[in-house]
Design a protein around this ligand. Sequence first.
Ligand code: SF4
Length: 508
Amino acid sequence: MRVAIISVFTDYHRRGEHHRGVLQPQIGPLIAALLPDEAEVEIVNDTWTDPDWSKHYDLVFLSAMHSDFDRARQISHYYRRRGALTVLGGIMATTHTRLCQPYFDAVVTGDPEDTVPRIYADARRRSLQPVYRSAGYHGERVPTPRVRPVARQQLFPVALEVTRGCPYTCDFCALTAFGTRHELRPVSRVVRDIRSIRSALQGVVGGLRNRMVMFYDNNLAGNLRYFRELCEALKPLDIVWGACLTFNVITNRELLKLMHDAGCRAVFVGLETFNPDALADMHKPQNKLSQVRRAIDQAREAGILVTAGLILNPAIDDVDYIRSLPDHLERSGLHVPSFVCFETPFPGTPFFDRMSARPGAFLPNALLRDFNAYTLVLRPVRSTPEAFIQAFQETQARIYSPRRRLAKLRDDLPRLMRAGSWVAAGLDVGDMWLARFDPAPGRTFAAGSDLAPPETVPFTDDDFGSDVERQRICEPMRVTNESGEVLAAWQSHVATPMNFTNAREVAA
Ligand code: SF4
């Protein structure tokens, strides 16, 4: 069978650009590894390139974030009209299964390891079930991802997931829509995977690109006992690596040394905010604002580059706080964050439920595509939406100015180089070279009026049996009505949709 695995993407900056950065979707190589050898598999990272519209497939797997869902159902319709069976997996498939079903032949809830092989077997007989539910995570079933087909599309192609989920409960995080879980798999299998991937890529990518490992976990250090064991096992591999983890990890000097000795050169931490009230509202107690400067300093001195993102909380933050961000960033030593975005209540999360219960919390006419973190969907409590957005734009222009980017390099580079971390220094320079705030013309950054994504699917009139069908597929999905009330379709979702084996296991 001819199989496509498409990670759907619409550019949240509304420039219609592909995203050629470090963060590339990893679900394609994982699903590919779960399919039998007889399948002719093509992995399409829509982040990197459009799907090939001239191709015909028998089976198409799609995965999408909330703001990409309109495009996902359009791509599904396009390939269904050309004979393919389509299957949706991912967060919305799990939390809003019934809402997704009309647009796909099948919908998957939960993990792929035990569902993908069943789907393939059923698709071969052209008899898909409408819903496939995972029975839960089993670390032994996680295969070595097939990264070779997309190696040239990845800046760092030695990429894999070690754990799954996160033990924390930041209530804006899309993960919390699944409930809380943090799954681990034997460290020996992780080491096996790294060795296999590097050897599969021999002759395809060499040098640093074969030595740099990207761990695409949401939180690699969610279990510190396991994380220490992993670091010890990585030491003999002579690799360098980067990962996402939580702020508390970089407050621990002994852990930073272990990480550096194991090859860690860069981490992304969810710093989120300098406002203690906003932090409490996010339910993120693992961040300690009084320790930010010390943590960033000691990570750099240990030879590890810290990157971090910031979130503006419309329910808590005011315009003065937004305008104070450049000073906070300078004092913290971070100088320039990876992004500044709006805290967004993704449907299915506790944050969404909390905001839905608050009259007037949402802006009117919010579309699902607006839930991309760069379009304001909540009504700010302490200012007008216009003032909030203006402060957001002006502050971003200040933060990403050449002067501040240079200040960051002046602060980071001597320390990273003193620690012998040339890779970290190089990553920092590359990051600051690309950092910018350059909004697409016409953006309002406000739900209901922001720019439509320029990405298209090349439908013809023959793709629709009627105008009603065209409208059903092509009209953007709405989340709120003209009064800002959340539509009924979004008010119910599966509360804890998956079987978790070790939720809340956080070792000290
Ligand atoms: S620590 Fe990060 S991954 Fe974990 S729940 Fe919070 S935001 Fe999500």
